[in-house]
Ligand binder design. Structure first.
Ligand code: GLY
Length: 424
């Protein structure tokens, strides 16, 4: 088969790495890809949002399967476009991707499905939103309703912070039309983990759970990032809680989407807060997580292409997935200054040395390849993943790998997986 992956981050490198191992895969392309992906796939310079151009490419090259990494092309309808041209593609269509594209829509579906979500109100007027915040008090969560590229969510510790967030989102339009409406939600307290499932519109097939680190500094301090590291499995998540998440949250949502005529096909990512009262849904995403994919996919023993095909063809009930009974830890290496301003174009050394340990895989996120040299090209640069029999072993192997890599101003957290190591 000829397979195209859309995207350019560590998530897409992990997907390409796994797809390239499938006996189904004869030729692999990635649009636009990155320096590491270029070792596995032919990189095609088309941006993920250029869905017509991607469709033209897939038609011209006779691509048998396209797999979409980031949410934006899904939200703007890449799946609808490909399907209208008879091109097989993995991911939800635009109507289903609203589970990530509109926070109000997601909350409404979850409420209708009777799943344990959170108290929320949706406002089109900043005055009404502000009055509601004053009435509720803090802490409280303010979200731009639409897709704000992973931003537009403020967990406000004080009423003033919440009012400022409403002003920024709705009046200053910091996230454009994503802020036409605002969703005000109760603040859930507890550890966060993510459960992703393959979903064919009716049946789900769960992936192994993972937990990521969103803040930039050790000890969960500083601003939010796309994710600075993660691990899998999640010791704090009991089997009972996982069962509850699947049967009380995800399955009712999937049934509700089908009943409403917008069946969900693709990867459904549930962000869960493990509260004292039990698991509650924080948010849905319509894609694989990043960096979570970098610990989930290395644990997958089954052929991922088989799972993509079973999802597209609506036969997930007839397949199974097997997972390595090992721990996986991923440490993200970023450019100094990220998530604020950072420099690009620094030469990266030590990549081969980091992978000298066969349990270590270095996934590239923001890199460019120039012949045999690799340069930094983004905020999150690399994800160093390691497998081990224990979290301690996996963590030590990942940090050994990190220790071999160098570029000017490189930054990483030093406490990834510490709480998991402590729990074993
Ligand atoms: N790491 C969080 C996300 O992928 O949304």
């Amino acid at each position: 088969m000829k397979i195209l992956v859309v995207g350019s981050g560590g998530r897409e490198h992990a997907l390409c790495w796994k797809i390239a191992q499938s006996p189904h895969c004869d030729e692999l392309f990635c649009a636009p890809g990155n320096g590491g992906i270029a070792k596995l796939a032919e990189c095609v310079p088309i941006a993920p949002e250029e869905i017509e151009e991607l469709g033209d490419f897939a038609e011209r090259e006779d691509i048998d399967l396209t797999v979409v990494g980031p949410e934006r092309p899904l939200i703007i309808g890449i799946v609808d476009h490909f399907e209208s041209r008879g091109l097989p593609i993995y991911g939800p269509n635009a109507a289903a991707a609203r589970l990530e594209g509109s926070k109000a829509f997601a909350n409404e579906v979850v409420e209708k499905a009777g799943a344990p979500g959170k108290q929320f109100r949706v406002f089109s007027s900043p005055e009404e939103a502000s009055a509601y915040v004053r009435e509720q008090g803090a802490p409280i969560v303010v979200k731009a309703d639409g897709d704000a590229a992973g931003k537009g969510v403020v967990v406000a510790e004080t009423v003033d912070d919440a009012l400022d967030a409403i002003e920024e989102v709705m009046v200053e339009k910091a996230f454009g039309p994503a802020g036409d409406r605002v969703v005000i939600e109760e603040c859930l307290v507890g550890q966060e983990c993510s459960i992703k499932v393959f979903c064919d519109g009716e049946n789900i097939l769960p992936m192994v759970p993972s937990q990521d680190y969103k803040r930039i500094y050790d000890g969960d301090e500083g601003p939010n990032t796309g994710g600075m590291g993660c691990y899998s499995p999640v010791p704090v998540l009991s089997d009972d809680a996982l069962e509850q998440i699947l049967t009380d949250i995800i399955e009712p949502t999937v049934r509700q989407m089908a009943e409403d005529g917008t069946p969900y096909r693709g990867t459904l990512y549930a962000g869960i807060i493990l509260t004292e009262e039990g698991p509650r849904l924080l948010e849905y995403n319509c894609r694989f997580g990043d960096p979570e994919t970098q610990v989930v996919v290395p644990r997958l023993e089954s052929d991922i292409v088989e799972l993509f095909l079973a999802t597209i063809e609506g036969r997930l009930d007839a397949v199974d997935a097997t997972w390595r009974d090992e721990r996986a830890v991923c440490v993200v290496i970023a450019s100094g200054g990220y998530p604020g301003h950072y420099e690009k174009g620094r030469e990266i050394t030590g990549l081969k040395e980091a992978e000298a340990d066969e349990n270590v895989i270095v996934f590239h996120a923001g890199t460019k390849r120039f012949g045999r040299r690799y340069m930094t090209d983004g905020g999150r640069v690399l994800g160093v993943t390691a497998l081990g029999r224990t979290f301690e072993e996996a963590r030590d192997r990942a940090y050994n790998g990190v220790g071999r890599i160098d570029f000017e101003d490189m930054y990483f957290r030093t406490d990834i997986a510490e709480r998991a190591v402590g729990s074993e």
